[in-house]
Design a protein around this ligand. Structure first.
Ligand SMILES: Cc1cc2nc3c(=O)[nH]c(=O)nc-3n(C[C@H](O)[C@H](O)[C@H](O)COP(=O)(O)OP(=O)(O)OC[C@H]3O[C@@H](n4cnc5c(N)ncnc54)[C@H](O)[C@@H]3O)c2cc1C
Length: 361
């Protein structure tokens, strides 16, 4: 089949690679002049990334042994293997995989609109529009997905966060990264300090509104000066988001497939790409086949709704519950990309977690 993918991010390129490998004619259109730039991501991956069995040497920046969690008056360390990647090299790795399998990648080509069954693509260098009529369209064009909007697929109640991040110099433990929770630090999510090395870190915050004010406050408190700044939109998963209409399928951030507790979308987007390719190749129902992954994202969303109502005392209480050895062991066994067993096991071992469910009402 003739398949067009809009967006050469990791989700689009991974799907393009798998589709080209299975015999399809694949064209990927990217509106930027290069794959992977501008960088708008911290680049943290849980060890669930191992399941893709991909060589990491071209894009791996650092590997962590633990996560440090800070609430206003408590802290804990969770042993977990996590990866930090360079998004420019990460995205190009997937772009190269797709190209090697024969996919055509067109940079400086922007999806503009849909006209009947055709897509209008603008070659932004030569200022020429072309019309294409593929058998299948994959909208992998990020959180604001113009393609999803053109197909009338973009759920009107979708929400977005806005993340701001800086690269800073300092002295860091390169084996762990830090997360800061609390109403004063970041009332809607958390702030992070993620070391690239013992001297450089990525520091950021994400919120629906006011990211900049809280980011500036956090930077000041930690005496950081930005060497380089990045910012970007991150979608919140919406459980009623329809993923297919006519011949168009949504993928990755375009589908809102991001963990609402941490705003990590890389591992979910890659898992979703594998499911989508299986559905296209074997004529399966995408919305149905993606359900197990969606279930994990729904749980993240429920937790997000609880955390949105947290007081500083709730954050302290949560950290003290998790710091118990029996619960810490659960948090060290399951990653956040696999929250269903994590939450189920934690609840079985510590029923006091149910105290927080009142915030869902
Ligand atoms: C500050 C910040 C920190 C983050 N940190 C993490 C993290 O640590 N770990 C994690 O897992 N996730 C993180 N994320 C989220 C992560 O970046 C996204 O989930 C991920 O990039 C989604 O990949 P994707 O391929 O679906 O979309 P994208 O990477 O957004 O790729 C979409 C592509 O489509 C292109 N495009 C858009 N419109 C058009 C058009 N009209 N025509 C052609 N091309 C178009 C874009 O240029 C882009 O290249 C972070 C996000 C932000 C903003």
């Amino acid at each position: 089949m003739n398949i067009t993918i809009i967006g050469a991010g990791p989700a689009g390129c991974y799907a393009g690679y798998l589709l080209a490998k299975t015999g399809h004619t694949v064209a990927i259109y990217e509106n930027h002049p290069q794959i992977g730039t501008p960088i708008q991501c911290t680049g943290l991956l849980t060890s669930d990334f191992d399941q893709f069995q991909l060589p990491m040497d071209s894009f791996l920046v650092n590997t962590f042994k633990e996560i440090e969690v800070y609430s206003p008056n408590k802290s804990l360390k969770i042993a977990q293997k996590e990866y930090l990647v360079c998004r420019k090299r990460f995205d190009n790795f997937f772009g190269d995989l797709a190209k090697k399998e024969g996919a055509a990648v067109f940079v400086n080509h922007s999806f503009v609109r849909k006209e009947g069954k055709s897509l209008v693509i603008n070659d932004t260098v030569n200022k020429k529009e072309k019309r294409i009529t593929p058998d299948i369209v994959i909208a992998a064009d990020g959180p604001l997905s113009p393609t999803a909007k053109a197909y009338g697929l973009y759920h009107p109640q979708r929400e977005n966060y806005f993340g701001i991040q800086a690269t800073v110099q300092g002295t860091f433990n390169p084996h762990s990264f830090q997360t800061y929770f609390g109403v004063e630090v970041c009332p809607e999510l958390f702030a992070w300090i993620v070391p690239e090395s013992s001297t450089t870190a990525r520091v950021g915050i994400a919120m629906r509104k006011n990211s900049r004010a809280y980011f500036d406050k956090f930077m000041k408190q930690h005496h950081f000066t930005a060497v380089e700044m990045q910012a970007g939109t991150i979608p919140v998963y919406h459980p009623q988001q329809v993923l297919r209409k006519e011949n168009c399928y949504l993928l990755g951030d375009a589908a809102g497939f991001v963990k609402a507790t941490t705003l990590g979308g890389l591992v979910p987007g890659l898992k979703q790409a594998e499911i989508l390719v299986d559905c296209i190749n074997n004529n399966k129902d995408y919305q149905r086949k993606v359900k197990p992954l969606a279930k994990q994202l729904k749980l993240h969303l429920a937790m997000r709704r609880i955390f949105d109502k947290f007081s500083d005392r709730d954050w302290d209480r949560l950290v003290s519950y998790v710091a118990q050895p029996k619960i810490q062991a659960v948090f060290e066994k399951y990653t956040r990309d696999n929250p269903v067993p994590l939450v189920t096991n934690a609840l079985m071992k510590e029923p006091r977690f149910l105290y927080f469910v009142k915030h869902l009402i």
